[in-house]
Design a protein around this ligand. Sequence first.
Ligand code: NAD
Ligand code: UDP
Length: 322
Amino acid sequence: MTRQKTILVTGGAGFLGSFLCESLVADGHSVICLDNFHTGAREKIAHLMDEENFELVWHDVTVPVHADVDEIYNLACPASPVHYQSDPVKTVKTNVMGALNALELARHTQAKVFQASTSEIYGDPAVHPQDETYWGNVNSIGPRSCYDEGKRCAETLFYDYHRQYGLEIRVARIFNTYGPRMNADDGRVVSNFVLQALKNEPVTLYGNGMQTRSFCYVDDLIRGIRALMDHEPGVLHPVNLGNPVEFTMRGLADLVLELTGSRSELVFRPLPQDDPRQRRPDITRATEALGWQPEVPLRRGLEKVIDYFDGVLSRRPARVEV
Ligand code: NAD
Ligand code: UDP
């Protein structure tokens, strides 16, 4: 039987954090969910509030935290460009000071600590697909830099704490992940396309729509994160977690239109600055070290997201015409 642990999840009221908390609570661990509700919401964890092994704490990770814990999952940080660019200075602080505070807590409690890093540390990659040995192609002064460079600095801190203080660390480089409980207003491509299609509004393709991403369903990702954290002896290198099946944004739009039966038309909008042209994880390391690979194909995952947003839209109060 696995030992029940006390586990801190920063950003636990966010999209990924809520699924992670759910999975840890289901396994009987004592979970402390720490969040400042910047992009998270109580509704995402409402179903856990009555569980006796779940506790919610309002806290900003830029401020040091004290708790007696066995493990820390550091997820706190807005993930969508719209949100992380709305207050870029705060995004850097959340990434860098949040990582420092998580690592200091780990140092004092001897906890194992996980960092939610990102494919963005590869920037607009000159190597395709991206494996973990690639150092990336990142603009240090652009509008995405607060996130990309913040996450890169957090990785640096994790490896320095490991070398300097012997901390037990895990670092996952997460590629685009989607699923129910994504924020409707975060401007990400999956939520935008699905909501636009469901409302029969124009589907907005940025640029010519030929840029690519690889989309991982949330259940697959959480399984990967848990496998990495639980793997003994620890995997010391960063590990890519994502679905290696690559789609153009045009292909994604066509699939969403097909699955929703929408009457929406496609419209083209300018490509945001520094938007990566292609992105696909090489997941050899995760497969070999953890025996992990994604199982949910995009079509099946999108059906779940469409059901989810359909429910969100039907619960919205009807607008009163005056
Ligand atoms: P999200 O925005 O839904 O969740 C982030 C959570 O962190 C929110 O609940 C937010 O309120 C909280 N938060 C933000 N700043 C905070 C602060 N200063 N103090 C305390 N809490 C704070 O995003 P997500 O998609 O769930 O992403 C979770 C993590 O995974 C992030 O670190 C993100 O960078 C990383 N990641 C996500 C993806 C993805 O596709 N979703 C891809 C790569 C990496
Ligand atoms: N995108 C798009 N239409 C939208 C939202 C996004 O064409 O309504 C594009 C965006 O330019 C990018 C891709 O979809 O090329 C993924 O964007 P997202 O913000 O979801 O993730 P990220 O760029 O961080 O990978």
